[in-house]
Design a protein around this ligand. Structure first.
Ligand SMILES: [Zn+2]
Length: 280
């Protein structure tokens, strides 16, 4: 991948909402603005894209919606000291423990990047809540699985759903923590999209999706995750050693390929290890 750290694009999603989409990992950060208020969130992996974000929310009373504590989702917080960052209790704990900042610094250094300030969560939200934030009402949906922490945010007035690292048309599911929980979260996200007839779905990475597109991607992902679970159950029943088990899961056909900057993280191996962790 050449020019990985080149500036990303800004894409209008509605009169109030703009998507900043980066080059590395196709990180998505949405900015919604109205009457001096802003909501923004959450993935950024470039100094330029971060400067676009801070420029857009300058002089705005801003809430940052943090879907989880992974490096690319907490990288924007330190540069926005005047914003209030919103996240799940598990995300707040992960950040308060210092592990999120440590991982952020290490991976940033590998890219020749340095993100100013420290991550933090100012406002802890529970799942299944309807929270007034600025000019909007935000519904929260539990979204752990990809990581040990996770929250998705439906901005009602914009019919816009920030789902974190699920429903990504640019790659297949990638699970750092629990495949079982990632599957449950994917089901929960699809139910929410259908029940609220959500029009705009913004995953952490890759193209933003229409209602119909999100359902298609989600159903493909669920079929893949179900097959992974079936193979993992089979591996357990047969008493496979760890490496046999990993290969069996890695051989499950994926619904779509990943770009090199995702493939370098070995996503199929991560998924295999998540099934081992679930059954440990
Ligand atoms: Zn991410």
């Amino acid at each position: 991948m050449h020019g990985a750290l080149n500036p990303g694009r800004t894409i209008p999603l509605s009169p109030a909402a703009t998507l900043i989409q980066g080059v590395v990992w196709q990180c998505n950060c949405v900015v919604i603005r109205k009457d001096g208020h802003a909501l923004a969130g959450d993935a950024i992996w470039s100094h330029h894209d971060l400067a676009v974000l801070t420029g857009m929310i300058a002089d705005h009373d801003t809430h940052l919606l943090i879907t989880h504590g992974d490096i690319d989702h907490c990288s924007c917080i330190g540069a926005c000291p005047h914003a209030k960052s919103v996240g799940a209790a598990a995300t707040a704990e992960r950040i308060a423990s210092g592990s999120a900042a440590k991982n952020l610094r290490a991976e940033a250094a590998a890219w020749g990047l340095q993100f100013e300030g420290e991550p933090r969560i100012d406002v802890v939200v529970k799942a299944d809540a309807r929270v007034p934030l600025g000019k909007w009402h935000v519904r929260t949906v539990e979204a752990a699985g990809h990581a040990g922490d996770g929250m998705a945010y439906l901005i009602e007035e914009e019919s816009l759903f920030l789902v974190g690292d699920y429903l990504m048309a640019s790659q297949h599911p990638m699970v750092w923590w629990s495949l079982r929980e990632a599957r449950r979260t994917t089901e929960r996200l699809l139910e929410t999209i259908e029940r609220h007839r959500i029009e705009r779905i913004v995953p952490g990475h890759g193209p933003f999706l229409s209602h119909a597109e999100a359902l298609t991607v989600g159903r493909q992902d669920l079929a893949y995750l179900a097959e992974v679970e079936r193979i993992a159950d089979d591996a357990q029943r047969k008493g496979y050693a760890r490496r046999e088990w990993e290969i069996a899961v890695m051989d499950v056909p994926v619904p779509r390929p990943c770009a090199s900057d995702i493939e370098m993280l070995c996503p199929r191996l991560l998924n295999a290890r998540a099934t081992l962790r679930d059954r440990a």
